[in-house]
Design a protein around this ligand. Structure first.
Ligand code: P6P
Length: 333
């Protein structure tokens, strides 16, 4: 009988004693919230949840109705549990401190409640990304500064992809486990653990429409891939770009590949499009835990010291040898 998420977490706690009961409860509540989001996503037009909410988020992006629904589901599911001090979301300008009517705990939860929103209305996979940090010991009154910890300080990270299956992918620092939602039982069932990313690949993921805006190292790397077996790589490459990070990363975790969202000249003052705290950091930890590599083109993403909650970062992650090649090309530039 395949293990449920609860059994997996209890066994992790018992075997390695590094999932305190409060963290186990947090992760089970986040998983339940993802089930509810999956249900809303799956309803689509039947649930009246498609289309724009006619509002903007802190990123200046138009919010979809499902962005707001997913955000509210995660807030309401987690605020009363007594294990969190505060939450941070792509959809909220500032942190959400657990209201005084509930007990506060030691953990900080960050999330992109619904990543890939441009795909919601066209029935393409989207997902929730989450990251868990511990509130600094010295901190009395929780503040935004408490969230500004490098990615290597995470105690748990994961995502849930709402695709043909609803799949939860999780690490607590002891490898990566994949759970598939069994809708008949209504529970996540362990379907793979100790996920390993192939160290080499023939598949890259990047938005090619930005080619003319890239920096030289990225342009040179992609040109090598496109040159195929007649070129310096001596092998042909395939390209995939779903424009939902969760779906692109899930493919990398499953069969290898390299994902790039690099800095480009369109908005030179921004280091990249993706957000460090609740997109790049959780995904980078998952990738590293599965034997892959994640850099911003020059340094390990998990070592970046954040200065702002919603700061962006250039991202190159996936199969170790491919990411090492891209990073070396940046460092040699
Ligand atoms: P583009 C989705 O909006 C997202 O944040 C990531 O999920 C995705 O990888 C990227 O942006 C897609 O960006 O510019 O290709 O639409």
């Amino acid at each position: 009988m395949a293990a449920s998420l609860s059994r997996y977490l209890v066994e992790q706690q018992r075997a390695r004693n590094h999932i305190p009961p409060e963290l186990r409860l947090l992760l089970e509540v986040v998983a339940r919230a993802c089930k509810r989001i999956s249900h809303a996503v799956n309803k689509g037009a039947l649930g009246g949840v498609l289309g724009s909410a006619h509002s903007e988020n802190v990123q200046g992006e138009v919010q979809k109705k499902l962005d707001i629904i997913a955000n509210e589901v995660l807030i309401e599911a987690n605020e009363w549990g007594g294990y969190l001090a505060a939450m941070a979301s792509e959809e909220m300008d500032s942190i959400y401190v657990v209201p005084n009517r509930y007990p506060k705990g030691e953990y900080l939860l960050l999330f992109d409640p619904l990543d890939g929103s441009s795909n919601i209305d066209v029935n393409v996979s989207i997902g929730t990304i989450f990251s868990v940090l511990k509130k600094p010991e010295h901190s009395q009154k929780v503040s935004e500064a408490d969230f500004l910890q490098p990615g290597h300080a995470q105690v748990a990270a994961g995502y849930c992809v709402y695709g043909p299956q609803t799949t939860l992918v999780l690490t607590v620092g002891d490898g990566v486990a994949i759970f598939t939602l069994d809708r008949e039982q209504g529970s996540f069932v362990l379907t793979q653990e100790n996920v390993r990313i192939p160290e080499d690949t023939r598949e890259f993921a990047i938005n090619m429409s930005n080619m003319r805006h890239w920096d030289k190292p990225v342009a040179n790397y992609i040109a090598e891939c496109l040159a195929g077996r007649e070129g310096p790589r001596g092998k042909d490459f395939n390209m995939r770009w779903i424009a939902s990070m969760v779906a692109d990363v899930h493919r990398l975790l499953t069969r290898g590949g390299v994902f790039l969202y690099p800095w480009d000249k369109r908005e030179p003052e921004k280091p990249g499009k993706l957000r460090l705290m609740y997109e790049a950091n959780p995904m980078s930890w998952l990738i590293e835990q599965a034997g892959g590599m994640a850099t911003d083109g020059r340094e390990r993403i998990l070592d970046i010291q954040p200065t702002q909650l919603h700061q962006r970062v250039s991202v190159c992650l996936g199969s170790k040898n491919e990411v090492a090649r891209v990073t070396a090309m940046h460092q040699a530039a």
